[in-house]
Design a binder for this molecule. Sequence first.
Ligand SMILES: Cc1cc2nc3c(=O)[nH]c(=O)nc-3n(C[C@H](O)[C@H](O)[C@H](O)COP(=O)(O)O)c2cc1C
Length: 199
Amino acid sequence: MELADAISRRQSVRRFTPQPVPDTIITQLLEAAALAPSAHGRQPWRFVVIAPGAGRHTLVAAMDAEWSVQLAADGTTVEQIDARRAASATRINDAPALIMPCLDTTLLDVYPDAARQQAEYTMAVQSIGCAIQNILLRAVDLGYDAGWMCAPVFCGATVQRACDLPATIVPQALIPIGVMAAPPKRRPKRSGADLRIDR
Ligand SMILES: Cc1cc2nc3c(=O)[nH]c(=O)nc-3n(C[C@H](O)[C@H](O)[C@H](O)COP(=O)(O)O)c2cc1C
């Protein structure tokens, strides 16, 4: 597939058919991630491939418990909380394949001041965004679709415990992958010309 086609066909898919994703596809997605640019060329990422089944259910239950507390603190009604929890759990549990991109913070440079340390962290997050986009585009190229869930960012320590990860491996997203069952609702995109600022 032409790159321009993959870019324009990619969309955040939230419902997949049950068709499994072969492990050879996951391997190719991670090879695409590995080729992404990264600050200092440091490749500060690891990708947790979360198989369907018990481990995934444990992760969902752990995130769900923390999210419920957060939503209740926001003043969300019990009915809304239950609906959002159920939808999120279904998306994660039913995803034919699930990749969790993580930052490996042992690979970040260490600075003596907080401002530069924050800049280093920002660059690492920018880098992993590039790696994730490579996964999303390669998935389309290989005939699959993918989505993006930010939930782990909001409960990193809980996810680390549920997945038995060290504190240095910081979860950044969940990427469900499969074959699209229903097209997502999407906001219209602004044109490139619309985004341009000339000086
Ligand atoms: C950092 C980031 C976090 C996102 N988190 C979520 C999420 O938690 N749930 C979700 O359904 N989509 C999530 N998305 C996908 C966006 O909703 C989606 O990219 C946006 O609506 C534009 O749609 P498109 O990807 O189909 O072009 C996220 C995307 C990014 C880049």
